[in-house]
Design a protein. Sequence first.
Lengths: 122, 137
Amino acid sequence: MNEPQMNLQTTVLDDGLGLIAAAGYINNEGGQAVADAAWELVGGGCNSLVIDLDGTRIINSIGVSILLEIMEKIMEGDGKLAFCNLTPTIAKTFEIMGLDQYAGIFPDREAAVTSFVVDGSA
Amino acid sequence: MEVVLHLPAVPNVELVAAKAVETLGKALGMDRDGIEAVSVALVEACLNAMEHGGSSFVVRLASEDGRSPRMRVEVEDQGRGFDPDACPPDDSTRVQGCVSKRGWGLTLIRELMDDVQISSRPGLTRVCMWKELESAP
């Protein structure tokens, strides 16, 4: 089970694609930490993002709402957002709240990054 | 087997309840996916109790034997209460562009658990939910 503290790592990949590895409890604070990392990458020229949730086991609806806001702003900038390494419960939560309708969901980081290379959107 | 927690409404206290689910779930032989589904549902119930219920609330976890052994989870608060039937059904199509994205707690609880019963009146709200030990998330 997750600790309250969020552990974040950000990386700028090729062609305007940013990667956020987020491990921890995605609540209001954890979600905001992910959002802050996202805006830093976007400000640095990344218009599309991969958020890797390997190490995140528990979330709440407030945290997912913040992820939805990230998705909307990325889409407003004609970018795309993808998630990977979701637990079955987190994947179902994303499905219930509709996040999977607009963001790509991938089993692992390689598949998520490759999806941007294939469609050339990054 | 039963666990009873009297919890104050303080930030992240819901993780204490989730940890109890993990401990009891493992003792009952529940798999990791089931434990995490119960944990997320319980976290939502705790958040509702803290938002609407006042300074403290009670969480009860218990195992139930029978043809399909399951975990019972209760969250009880002494807040103003609400009418669960009056809550609008959530619809994932309302997500994009919607100003308010709050209010998903009951939907997540109902979707992640196998059975849910809610009783509420001013001064006592009880959310009771069950998860079979071998059900999918």
